[in-house]
Structure formats: C-alpha cells, structure tokens
Ligand binder design. Sequence first.
Ligand SMILES: [Zn+2]
Length: 122
Amino acid sequence: MRSRYTAYYQGDIDYLIATHHPTQRYGGQRAAIGQSVATTTWLGLRVIATEAGQAADSKGVVEFIAYYADPRPGQVHERSRFVRQKQRWFYVDGDALPPVEPKRSDPCWCGSGQKYKACHGC
Ligand SMILES: [Zn+2]
C-alpha cells in the first residue's frame, strides 16, 4: 500500500495499474491515473490501521489518509482492500471515509517533525 502511495507520488502509472487487481481494471484507467498524477501534489501518508496483510495472509485491509496540496489542500481517507495472489498484493477497492482533522498536537502529516499546529495547522 505504501508502494502504491509512492507510485502516485512519483507518477508511476505502470506500477499503479500492475498492482490494481486485474478484475478491477477499467477502460480509460491509464488516462484517469495520468490525469490524477499530473494534477495532484501528494504531501504525506498516514496509515491509521491495518488488518491482516502479513506474509501468511491472502487478504488485507489498510485504512489510511493521504494528504495532497492542490488544487486545494485536502486528504483522501480510505479503507482499502487488498488480496495476495501468487505472492503479490493487489489493490481491490476501497471505501471512502470522511476527512479527519489532525489534533493540533499531532505530528504534522507533511513529515516535517513539527507539531501540526506549528506547521501546516496554522
Ligand atoms: Zn507540515
């Protein structure tokens, strides 16, 4: 899941398609991802919770928040489902969740090491 975030960050469209479960790929997906990576600046990833998803599992769930800067600062908060087939993990789908406002004393999501209130929270 982190590797998919990194791929979004780096604009690695091939990797994003390759790690999307084959049954969930769709026509126009390459263009849609291309549009997304061209117009979105990702700022940071915060993993909220995980279920299973270890080497011995065939399924996993990851709840995460990915923060972006534009067109306006915002976040993708999602509970994503993954399956493992032939030793590889694939993203299947996810449930969109409401945005979460960080607490002022939380570490800032941008990875600066500062508290949220002293960084992007002001
Ligand atoms: Zn910050």
